[in-house]
Design a binder for this molecule. Structure first.
Ligand code: ZN
Length: 153
């Protein structure tokens, strides 16, 4: 079998940030890397789950919601993938991610979709850790520019 493109990125040199992972037709996949790969510090399961619910809720209620294809966590627990149609500019995608992280940082109350009937592991959430990671990522992406979206060689 072929090695899929995302495995060919040198994860030892990958830092926290936001990158263009791949483009398939009109769908752009962004790599939102929240932890340094193989750095010994990973997103906790509850935290990952809470970020997923809040990130997806925000993105799917945003101005560009019709062009959000998917938001989901990486199995390695170092980040998320965001898939959008290419009618959303890179700059706009970056803004969507920053706005989503701000939403998570400030979130209070009941996590959307966290009732038993709505989710496959409804009790496994960690809002405090999610907020802490969102704040950390906001500082990472504060001055992130379109040029920074390319994986470094
Ligand atoms: Zn869930």
């Amino acid at each position: 079998m072929k090695t899929i493109a995302s495995f060919t990125v040198n994860h030892d040199r990958l830092e926290k940030g936001m990158y263009i992972s791949r483009v398939d037709g009109d769908v752009v996949t962004y790599d939102i890397r929240m932890k340094k790969p193989n750095g010994g510090d990973y997103l906790g399961n509850g935290e990952l789950h809470t970020i997923e619910h809040l990130f997806a809720t925000y993105a799917r209620n945003s101005e560009v919601s019709d062009n959000v294809v998917y938001v989901g966590p990486m199995g390695c627990r170092t980040g998320f993938y965001l898939l959008v149609r290419d009618s959303v500019s890179h700059e706009r995608a970056l803004r969507l991610v920053r706005d989503s992280l701000t939403f998570i940082s400030d979130f209070e109350g009941e996590i959307p979709g966290s009732k038993r009937a709505e989710c496959g592991n409804y009790a496994e959430h960690d809002l405090d850790a999610a907020k802490q990671t969102a704040r950390d990522m906001l500082s990472v992406l504060k001055n992130w520019k379109e040029n920074d979206l390319k994986y470094k060689e």
